[in-house]
Design a protein around this ligand. Structure first.
Ligand code: MN
Length: 204
């Protein structure tokens, strides 16, 4: 999925579910702050910073790869949150992967259960604020990366498939300091059809 600006501006992601639909894992209060305030601020900051730079009118993904400083941070946070919010569903069509993605997870991590355990552990052990990612290289080989702050696997030539936000603003209202509990519970509302579709785009 490539995100292009409209008249030079990026827009706040429209959530594909009601703001109370992911409770109790992600409460309506967290959605209102995380999507309505934090993500909106990153989008606003990005739109304010882009005019007059060489990155104006590039796709969001290109800005994330090519820019630096404040533009890169706000573009990264915009893209990261878009990928994050779109991967959840109150009624996931698939609660585990199937097909080529399931086969790649078995090949590269041993099993789906082993992958989820490692993914949550790497989110828990990421020091400070950042994102844990499942990413694929151009050949479809999978790896887990830990990215500080606004980092995205695109910046290392990898394709982002799945992410957990470990900034405290993502979980503190609902789970306080219990980051591990929130990441385990997030696993239950992932819609693997979305993540499989991202992997299919890599394999094309
Ligand atoms: Mn966040």
């Amino acid at each position: 999925m490539i995100t292009n600006p409209t008249n030079g501006k990026f827009e706040l992601l429209a959530l594909p579910y009601a703001e109370d639909a992911l409770a109790p894992v992600i409460s309506v209060e967290t959605i209102r702050f995380h999507h309505g305030k934090h993500l909106q601020a990153y989008v606003n900051n990005l739109n304010a910073a882009l005019p007059g730079t060489p990155f104006e009118n590039l796709s969001l993904e290109e800005v994330v790869v090519k820019s630096e400083g404040g533009v890169r941070n706000n573009a990264g946070q915009t893209l990261n949150h878009n990928l994050y919010f779109l991967q959840f569903s109150p009624k996931p069509a698939k609660t585990t992967p199937t097909g080529p993605l399931a086969a790649a997870i078995d090949r590269d991590f041993g099993s789906f259960e082993a992958f989820m355990t490692e993914f949550v552990q790497k989110g828990v052990s990421l020091f400070g604020s950042g994102w844990v990612w499942l990413a694929a290289d151009d050949q479809g080989k999978l790896q887990i990366t830990q990215e500080p702050n606004a980092g995205n696997p695109l910046q290392h030539g990898l394709h982002p498939l799945l992410t957990f936000d470990v900034w405290e603003h993502a979980y503190y209202l609902d789970y306080q300091n219990r980051r591990a509990d929130q990441l385990k519970d997030l696993s239950k509302i992932l819609d693997w059809t979305v993540i499989e579709n991202r992997y299919q785009e890599v394999l094309k």
